[in-house]
Design a protein around this ligand. Structure first.
Ligand code: GLY
Ligand code: MN
Ligand code: MN
Length: 362
């Protein structure tokens, strides 16, 4: 049995209807199709105990045949709502489960108009399966982390005062594109000075020039075989101030202690609290607004969550980020983010770029 067939079998064990359906229409759900079949294009997928089909069209026929060797590809039938409805009803699949987190209201309304099909929603059963990674997935995640580490390593010595955030981000993205990776993992954040306090900053919107005394934050990643890395390192342009050093050390302690605490069995709330308590003790409790981390895999943000609101417990084989940060609006922020594989005895840190001190650049 292939990895994909095994995943589909495990998915069917979690549903009570005749079939599971996933629709990747205008990028609505690329990950479920990729995870369950290997196909990276647009189409609708029907998974049932006796019948698995990918409904797509002529734009993807050859690609689908290359990417999925084992399931029926139906490129003649439209893969839109009508094609999917006919694909189910023509095979007497009268009830199906879909992921409410991924289906559009439009699509559901249109399915409802076509006839009597019992639609059952679960939030996202495929995402639940995806939380624990196989050895192949872990290898891809390690490779994605290595690409990100290497790109930053090549970039650091090229940074000069006067370059702007966008130029630096573009250079970083080129280094990633020139490697074995498929591409970047998400919108690259290179931010300088006060912009480092903006957690999802886009350097291409403002392109501020870097100047001595600025903090310079990189939050970025690479994608390898669909699997992503997500790393943050914060530098200083020229000499750090005493406050920069103090804040950096508080973030570093929070990052390192949380990594020491992470192992199978710890909850997302507990892992977050290890970092948060240290930051509170250092006097910066009001300046750490987001959670400690999130799962990472085919998506940059996926289950489980590590935060005061998390309902998750960590299990061996999960991969999560550990990313405490301290931010001062209008002044700047410092974050250190690593990706770790959870094991029964601890965790394996797969991002390796140095972090032990606030490094000067420029
Ligand atoms: N790159 C976004 C995040 O760290 O979650
Ligand atoms: Mn990040
Ligand atoms: Mn992250």
């Amino acid at each position: 049995m292939t990895n994909y067939a095994l995943r589909r079998q495990r998915l069917l064990e979690t549903i009570t209807t005749d079939a599971f359906i996933a629709v990747n229409w205008e990028d609505s759900d690329p990950v479920s199709l990729r995870y369950l079949t290997g196909f990276t294009g647009e189409g609708s997928l029907i998974v049932s105990p006796k019948y698995v089909a990918l409904l797509t069209d002529s734009r993807y026929t050859e690609q689908a045949a290359q990417e999925t060797k084992e399931i029926q590809i139906d490129a003649g039938r439209g893969w839109n709502v009508k094609g999917l409805f006919d694909g189910l009803s023509g095979r007497s699949l009268r009830s199906c489960t879909y992921a409410s987190a991924r289906a559009s209201v439009y699509w559901l309304e249109e399915m409802g108009k076509l006839g009597s099909l019992h639609l059952n929603s679960q939030r996202d059963p495929v995402a639940q399966l995806r939380r624990i990674k196989s050895n192949d997935e872990l290898d891809h995640l390690r490779a994605a982390a290595r690409v990100a580490d290497a790109a930053l390593g090549k970039l650091v010595s090229r940074i000069k005062v006067g370059m702007n955030e966008a130029e630096i981000a573009l250079e970083l993205e080129m280094l990633i594109r020139k490697s074995d990776a498929e591409g970047i993992a998400f919108s690259t954040n290179v931010s300088a000075g006060p912009n480092t306090a903006l957690n999802h900053y886009n350097p291409f919107h403002h392109a501020a020039a870097i100047k001595p005394g600025d903090l310079l934050l990189f939050d970025f990643g690479a994608t390898v075989h669909g699997y992503r890395s997500d790393i943050t390192r914060t530098f200083v342009v020229g000499k750090p101030s005493a406050k920069d050093r103090k804040v950096y050390n508080a973030v570093l302690q929070a990052n390192c202690r949380a990594i020491e605490a992470i192992r199978a069995g710890i909850t997302g709330v507990e892992a977050d609290a290890v970092a948060r308590e240290l930051i509170v003790k250092a006097g910066f409790g009001d300046n750490f607004g987001h959670g400690l981390g999130h799962g990472i895999g085919l998506e940059v943000h996926e289950a489980p969550g590590l935060s005061p609101l998390s309902k998750d417990s960590l299990e061996s084989g999960m991969v999560v980020t550990v990313e405490p940060g301290i931010y001062f609006t209008g002044i700047g922020g410092i974050r250190i983010e690593d990706d770790v594989v959870v094991t029964d005895t601890g965790c394996e840190v797969i991002t390796a770029f140095p972090k032990d001190e606030l490094i000067s650049v420029g």
